[in-house]
Design a protein around this ligand. Structure first.
Ligand code: HEC
Length: 176
């Protein structure tokens, strides 16, 4: 504890002790504040991996793994399942890539896939876009595009459901 000279009065000693205690507690508070700040920072860094870079060099990323990820991304964009190009919804038949390249430049491929028209109808839409929407002259590609659209986005002959094929139905007895 604090050693005080004997010539001091009891009152003076009390004042000194009080100040001494005040200083000690200030030091304790400061040290504990620094301690908790450091612990807090450590925990934060532990759960926030991006901050680990502050304390050490992050693992270098292998070039191959980046290339592989890029290749996967690219093949995702080109993926075709059950004859449908997943990214655009276009039917992946002859000429579809020309249609993707040309007809998704200004709007979603949905405008194409949700429409149905005869060859003339498609031609009219293209002309309309050329006259009013800034669509360019399609040149040689127009034939490929029209062939594709007329073949795969033609009006359906019948809008009514086809007749049921009675012989093909597996009849069963309702269990009531
Ligand atoms: C230069 C830009 C541009 C290009 C390229 C383009 N279009 Fe369009 N198209 C438009 C605009 C603008 C509209 C109107 C969009 C709207 O109404 O929201 C439109 C609308 C359409 C529509 C809807 C028409 C309607 O009457 O509802 C269809 C279908 C369509 N485009 C098909 C195509 C096809 C097929 C191609 C490829 C040959 C194509 N577009 C290329 C600009 C373009």
């Amino acid at each position: 504890m604090l050693q005080l000279p004997d010539h001091l009065t009891e009152k003076q000693k009390q004042v000194y002790r009080k100040r001494w205690l005040g200083t000690v507690s200030l030091i304790v508070q400061t040290v504990s504040a620094i301690f908790f700040a450091v612990v807090g920072l450590f925990l934060f860094a532990l759960f926030q991996p991006s901050l680990v870079g502050w304390f050490g060099h992050p693992e270098p990323v292998a070039l191959e793994s980046v290339q592989q990820r890029m290749a996967e991304k690219e093949s995702d964009l080109d993926r075709v399942e059950n004859g449908i190009h997943l990214e655009t919804g276009l039917i992946a038949a002859e000429g579809w890539e020309v249609v993707r390249g040309t007809c998704t430049a200004c709007h979603s491929a949905k405008l194409v896939t949700q429409n149905k028209a005869t060859r003339d109808g498609w031609k009219n839409m293209i002309v309309w876009m050329q006259e009013t929407q800034g669509l360019w002259d399609l040149g040689d590609q127009e034939k490929t595009i029209l062939d594709y659209l007329a073949a795969h986005y033609a009006p359906e002959e019948a809008s009514r459901r086809a007749n049921l094929d009675i012989d093909a139905i597996e009849w069963y007895i309702l269990d009531l």
